[in-house]
Design a binder for this molecule. Structure first.
Ligand code: IMP
Ligand code: MG
Length: 176
């Protein structure tokens, strides 16, 4: 059985935030060439819900970067595991991420996507950790700012587990 963890962010709060972000993005991207790019694998549940909350025609694509390994601390090195499947030239890319911590991953992906000549490039993250402040990371849309605890659920994993929890919870020490 899956453990029942104390939610830090409940299913209801996630749903409400996703709808708010969807409305905001729908307003900002009218008459644009929206391409939603999910960063695999953690962003999948957020991506799936968010694109359905955007009331505009859009395209989707995926990118896979690995940086964490099986630890709760960033390895400090990002590696591209899977690149976009289609051309992003002249598209308005909205990069969809589960969590920005140090910002290393997002900055690495942004540098890569810039070389594909998009018309514009923005970032939406469900969660933002304080570490990002130290590194001057620019994120255009943020769901929730959280503390420094390691969280799991709604796509976020610890050693590839807990992605299927429908809420976000702090990973209890006894599970590490
Ligand atoms: P950054 O490169 O330090 O910004 O870390 C971003 C990546 O680390 C995210 O895409 C996540 O995969 C992972 N990550 C950072 N913090 C957490 C967390 O609290 N729980 C699960 N994964 C995390
Ligand atoms: Mg991860």
């Amino acid at each position: 059985m899956l453990p029942e963890l104390q939610p830090l962010i409940t299913v209801e709060r996630i749903q409400q935030k996703v709808n708010e972000l969807g409305d905001q993005i729908s307003n900002d991207y009218k008459n644009k060439n929206l391409l939603c790019v999910a960063i695999l694998k953690g962003a999948i549940p957020f991506f799936a819900d968010l694109i359905q909350a955007i009331q505009l025609p859009l395209e989707t694509d995926f990118i896979c970067v690995s940086s964490y390994g099986n630890d709760t601390k960033s390895s400090g090195v990002a590696k591209m595991v899977l690149d976009l499947g289609h051309s992003a030239e002249a598209k308005d890319i909205l990069l969809i991420e589960d969590i920005v911590d140090t910002g290393l991953t997002i900055n690495y992906v942004l540098e890569n996507l810039k070389t594909k000549k998009p018309a514009s490039l923005k970032v939406v993250t469900l969660l933002l950790k304080p570490g990002s402040l130290k590194n001057d990371v620019t994120v255009d849309y943020v769901g929730f700012e959280i503390g420094n605890d390691f969280v799991v659920g709604y796509g976020l994993d610890y050693a590839e587990k807990y992605r299927n929890l429908p809420y976000v919870a702090i990973l209890p020490k006894e599970l590490i």
